[in-house]
Design a binder for this molecule. Structure first.
Ligand code: T46
Length: 176
């Protein structure tokens, strides 16, 4: 399935490896990585299936919601957040998530409830359901605030430019 991208250049697209690191990302750091969630598998007659736990997240969770009802190949997202941190879990079905900077995009496959994607602020994201009836749970660091959204891609590019400039000015170690 092809989930469209805001960057036209396919060379700018990279796939996150299984351990969540970003393949070939030329030293850039991203606040986007896969995290394995502790899972208890039960195989006794009175407890079948598994329990997966999201605990001790790297931010305080203020809100949990879930996205459902998107058909296979349908997309959501198309925005960035100024400050919001999130953990995304495909509790059912599968999603391809793209985390996009001003120069490239990283593709993450969420196809198991045993894994989450930690997504920081300042990244444009697209969410593409890969299967009918997929459900994406999102744990977020803040309550809903429309002012935290950047919904225009050019405004996002300006935001990234300002961020880079600010980091340079304060002599930041990281140049995201
Ligand atoms: C994100 C990805 C992963 C509310 O009124 N309250 C809420 O708590 C939320 C989440 C949304 N809304 C309203 C705002 C919009 O008018 O519902 C509409 C759709 O929301 P949004 O554009 O956030 O939907 P998605 O699915 O594109 O994005 C969601 C998250 O909200 C977003 O933060 O990064 O999933």
């Amino acid at each position: 399935m092809i989930c469209p991208s805001p960057h036209a250049d396919p060379a700018a697209s990279r796939i996150a490896t299984d351990d969540g690191s970003v393949a070939g990302s030329s030293g850039e750091q991203y606040e986007a990585r896969l995290i394995d969630l502790p899972t208890i598998d039960s195989q006794t007659p009175d407890a079948i299936g598994a329990i997966t736990v999201l605990e001790a997240p790297p931010f305080e969770i203020k809100r949990i919601y879930w996205i459902h009802g998107a058909g296979a190949g349908e997309m959501r997202g198309h925005h960035a957040h100024r400050t919001l941190c999130q953990i995304l879990v495909a509790v059912s079905g599968a999603f391809e998530i793209k985390a996009v900077t001003d120069t490239e995009e990283i593709r993450f496959m969420l196809d198991t409830p045993r894994r989450g994607l930690l997504l920081g602020p300042g990244l444009w994201r697209t969410i593409c359901a890969l299967k009918e009836n997929s459900v994406l749970m999102v744990a977020a660091s803040a309550t809903f605030n429309e002012a935290d959204y950047i919904r225009d891609f050019d405004a996002f590019l300006d935001f990234r430019k300002d961020l880079r400039e600010m980091r340079r000015n304060i002599g930041g170690i990281d140049q995201r």
